[in-house]
Write a protein that binds this ligand. Structure first.
Ligand code: ATP
Ligand code: MG
Length: 424
């Protein structure tokens, strides 16, 4: 195939052998958030560029270098959404869902970031996320973390992921801390890489998030944000820690945990794993009380998280925790000759009426008996139902067990379900 007809680098197809795994993961996610009374929100994949600039922040990896931004035919600047929170807040404001209300929302879908593709990092990837509005916590912070813990249990990966927690405090604390951090890092400027040097003046907090090992080593002796928290933020954070402990959720305090986006305050958390190499953050979230006001509406407290579905699927694959996919067919309906195709369709529809949760595959495209049986086998069918002129005239079917369960029998169509049930 010519190169121009390949998928875009970092954007993956999900083939049938893989989709059943995604469907399983998605169904568990839906089921668990449903148990907590969260409701789904769907927003467009494209938004105005301004939305992301104003919410995520100008001096962030995403806005600086990762967004898919283009001018549409009216010359409006549009962007493929790089994350879901900004769109949720935009929709909440636009439709009056936020003011004086409580909302518990979830979303799932593709996000787009122009990053260097590698295992666990793609240009189109998928996030499952939760956003709550109108509750200032820390009970709701605890709720969403407890909910993720339930998810890990359900997926059987509870012992593979660890919870890291931090508090970013409020604006004043971050300002005071920032100053102290800049003083410290300026003294060691020679050890900073290019990115961190630039951030020293533009967004020093983000240096804490640096993936450079030398920078991380330097940060070992840097001032810590927790020393700067005000009383209210400390109380909030302690409240969260107490609730998590009471619920039996283990956590690790990570004073250097900041998020890649500007809008967080107070609680930040990540669920990380050692099983995926460098791309170890499976789920990340926190509180963003200032964002709604920042986008022009009445202040509304908010807290949420997003998890990378690719990373979750990868983790489950590493642990070999997926079951084999169900076979494509339970019964394969085979018609011998054009004259009995109508009868075969009737039999297939009859089976679908009666066996609602079992796939019935109808042979299409003709061919001799041997060829049809081969297809039946390839589809993983347990049974073939074979129909010819004689069967059509008698209203009967030939049931042929394909997995050595028994010999084939000819029976009336009305007895077929009973006969099949003998094997289940
Ligand atoms: P990282 O530090 O790995 O770049 P981030 O801080 O940019 O992560 P968030 O914006 O918080 O990530 O997104 C939440 C989650 O979405 C991440 O923890 C991860 O699981 C997933 N995620 C983020 N970017 C990608 C990507 N390019 N490919 C696959 N998954 C991703
Ligand atoms: Mg990133």
């Amino acid at each position: 195939m010519s190169k121009s007809l390949q998928a875009i680098r970092g954007m993956n197809d999900c083939l049938p052998e893989q989709t059943y795994r995604w469907q399983y993961v998605e169904s568990v996610l839906r089921e668990v958030v449903g148990q907590y009374g969260y409701q789904e929100i769907r927003t467009p994949i494209v938004e105005s560029t301004e939305l992301f600039k104003r919410s995520i922040g100008e001096v962030t990896d995403i806005v600086e270098k990762e967004m898919y931004t283009f001018a549409d035919r009216n010359s409006d600047s549009l962007t493929l959404r790089p994350e879901g929170t900004a769109s949720c807040v935009r929709a909440g404001i636009q439709h009056g869902l936020l003011y004086n209300q409580q909302q518990r929302l979830w979303y799932m879908g593709p996000m787009f970031r122009h990053e260097r593709p590698q295992k666990g990092r793609y240009r189109q990837f998928h996030q499952f996320g939760v956003e709550t509005f109108g509750i200032d916590g820390p009970d709701i912070d605890a709720e969403i973390i407890i909910m993720t813990a339930r998810l890990w249990k359900k997926f059987g990966i509870a012992d593979q992921v660890k919870l890291q927690l931090n508090s970013l405090g409020e604006t004043q604390a971050r300002e005071d801390f920032k100053q102290a951090l800049v003083v410290y890092l300026t003294q060691h400027k020679d050890k900073l890489d290019e990115d961190s040097t630039r951030r020293l003046s533009s967004n020093p907090l983000r240096i804490l998030d640096s993936k450079n090992a030398d920078v991380q080593a330097l940060l070992n002796d840097a001032p810590v944000l927790s020393d700067y928290l005000d009383e209210e933020a400390t109380k909030h954070f302690n409240g969260l820690c107490e609730r998590l402990s009471a619920a039996g959720i283990e956590y690790e305090l990570n004073p250097r945990l900041v998020r890649g986006l500007d809008y967080y305050n107070k609680t930040v958390f990540e669920w990380v794993t050692d099983s995926l190499g460098a791309q170890g953050t499976v789920c990340a979230g926190g509180r963003y009380d200032g964002l709604v006001a920042q986008l022009g509406a009445k202040p509304t407290p908010a807290v949420g998280f997003a998890m990378g579905i690719e990373r979750l699927v990868l983790l489950l694959e590493v642990l070999e925790s997926f079951e084999k996919s169900a076979s494509q067919a339970y019964v394969y309906v085979s018609a011998l000759g054009d004259d009995c195709i109508d009868y075969a369709i009737e039999v297939a529809e009859y089976l679908r009426d009666k066996l609602k949760d079992k796939p019935i595959l109808m042979h299409c495209g003709g061919g001799n008996f041997k060829k049809q049986l081969k297809r039946a086998d390839k589809a993983g069918a347990d049974f073939a139902v074979i129909l010819g002129e004689t069967e059509k005239d008698k209203g009967s079917v030939v049931l042929k067990p394909l997995r050595g369960q028994a010999d084939q029998v000819e029976i009336q169509l009305g007895e077929l379900i009973n006969e099949l049930e003998k094997f289940s």
